[in-house]
Design a protein around this ligand. Structure first.
Ligand SMILES: [Zn+2]
Length: 512
């Protein structure tokens, strides 16, 4: 650890031991743009992002002076040391000031007119009584207790925040909750493991029924309510829109039953499990692991390869808008992900003549991309060269851009070299229609036999929450078919067939 930060932390420790920061920070820090650490430990980094190296750390309750901001990151100063911390792990001092309370630790604590023992007693506080904390003078704290303003001896007072005593504001104090992330699961109960009953979206505002811990019960319709995690939105009575919660860096879980672990290692214990689509707030990144905050307040680690970064994993698109502007026969406004199978160290199948599947799939995808782009589609390729790309990464690429269609392109092989023909696979029911249109498109353009539309348990389909299909464009294990499919004429016809199927699929949606 950097020596400066160590000094800073020791300084903080000393201050905290005397309960000083809470009292002192109230007036002094707020003016200079102070902020307070919310998470149990926050790494201080050399720059504004998780990719910058860690130069130190701060503990919960530590106060620092904010000297700059870049996006969601704050440049902070503590003593003569400075660095960057994630804004969503902090809360501004001014927000806290109002919530600060002085709690009496003794019975019959005198509240005096002046900060001296000789001053007259205005009233008394008993153990557990709370007063508004106004300020501090020497060994005295100025408080407002039941409409009386006076001074109490600091040694009999514990400074605290309302939030720690009463984590959720009373429901009648707030009327609505605004969703701050692009897609948020609504659950039956205030519990991550409870059933999802709906999805709500960024900017939508719901009336609040009740609050429970970190969960908010929102009214979905006249006869339905559900629970969302409070961190992903704002209660409307909050004056300052805390940029913290809105801009929190999140990751979205790709697979149901994903392990959340106690340490950044697959060897460590499983703390909890997450569902596909669950969004978790990132506290830190350590190597290939994200440290995330769980709704129950725990922290855990999740591997970077099982999540998609960003709030918008499965962005629910406003298709209505796009449908209106799109004309039949065009793909304007649509995003199509092309997934050339295999690549890099994964060559795919090898034909009897030595053809490598990974080369053919890339060439075919490139040919198809030209047709799609000329019709107005935005085309994203999961790989554009001979590189290895993890299957989950391919799926997450599609989720990231909220793909309207995901087309995985492959060539087949099987021990029986008499087997031939092309096949279109789907897995989920929401993928079937795309499969049928595309297979029909191929049937119209290719001389090979069609093996039809089939259900196939491929990862790129199984994990895909969008219309996704996988086409096997003939058998490289069949001597005759390998000769055909390696020609540029075949590739062009295959691309044209896929393109026709895709156009017809989206045109059919216009009429619905
Ligand atoms: Zn393949």
């Amino acid at each position: 650890m950097n020596r400066k930060w160590l000094t800073a932390i020791i300084l903080f420790f000393l201050l905290t031991a005397n309960c000083l920061p809470i009292f002192g920070g109230h007036s002094a820090v707020a003016e200079t743009g102070g902020t307070e650490i919310n998470a149990s430990t926050v790494n201080v980094r050399t720059g504004p992002g998780l990719s910058y190296s860690v130069s130190g750390s701060l503990a919960k309750g530590d106060k620092v002076t904010v000297t700059g901001q870049e996006g969601d990151w704050l440049e902070v100063q503590a003593g003569d040391a400075s660095g960057w911390i994630a804004s969503w792990l902090t809360s501004s001092s001014s927000d806290n000031a109002a919530a600060q309370k002085a709690v009496s630790s003794v019975d019959r604590l005198n509240v005096r007119a002046q900060p001296e023992l000789s001053a007259s007693v205005l009233t008394q506080m008993n153990a557990g009584d709370q007063a508004e904390l106004i300020g501090e003078t020497g060994d005295w704290v100025e408080v407002e207790f039941r409409n009386t303003r006076g001074f109490v001896s600091k040694q009999y007072i514990t400074a605290t925040k309302t939030s720690t005593e009463n984590p959720a504001p009373a429901a009648n104090d707030v009327s609505s909750f605004e969703i701050a992330v692009s897609a948020l699961n609504v659950r039956k109960k205030a519990d991550l493991s409870s059933d999802k009953i709906a999805t709500v979206h960024q900017g939508e505002v719901y009336s609040v029924q009740s609050l429970q811990g970190n969960w908010v019960e929102i009214r979905l319709s006249a006869d339905a309510t559900g629970w969302v995690y409070a961190f992903y939105g704002h209660l409307s009575d909050k004056s300052a829109k805390s940029a913290a919660s809105a801009a929190a860096e999140t990751v979205t879980v790709l697979t149901a039953g994903t392990n959340l672990r106690s340490e950044p290692s697959t060897a460590s214990g499983v703390v909890s499990r997450a569902d596909a689509g669950d969004q978790l707030t990132v506290i830190d990144k350590q190597g290939d692991w994200y440290q995330v905050a769980l709704p129950d307040g725990q922290e855990a680690f999740i591997a970077t390869w099982v999540v998609t970064a960003g709030e918008t994993a499965i962005a629910q698109k406003t298709t209505e808008k796009k449908e209106a502007s799109r004309k039949a026969g065009t793909l304007n406004g649509l995003t199509i992900v092309l997934d050339p199978g295999h690549g890099g160290r994964d060559g795919g199948t090898v034909g009897v003549r030595g053809t490598t599947e990974k080369d053919l799939t890339l060439k075919t995808a490139e040919a198809l991309s030209h047709y799609l782009r000329s019709a107005g589609a935005e085309v994203i390729m999961t790989r554009q060269s001979d590189v290895y790309v993890d299957l989950r990464k391919r799926v997450s690429d599609g989720h990231q851009v909220a793909a309207d269609a995901f087309i995985s392109i492959h060539y087949d092989a099987i021990a029986d070299n008499s087997v031939h023909g092309f096949t279109t696979y789907f897995m989920h029911s929401y993928q079937q229609q795309l499969g049928e249109y595309v297979n029909a498109g191929l049937e119209g353009k290719l001389s090979l036999d069609s093996r039809g539309v089939r259900n196939g348990n491929y990862l790129v389909l199984r994990e895909n929450q969008q219309p996704a299909i996988l086409v096997e464009l003939g058998y490289l294990s069949n001597f005759n078919e390998e000769r055909i499919v390696t020609t540029s004429q075949f590739r062009d016809q295959a691309a044209l067939g896929l393109y026709t199927g895709i156009i017809n699929y989206f045109d059919a949606q216009l009429g619905q």
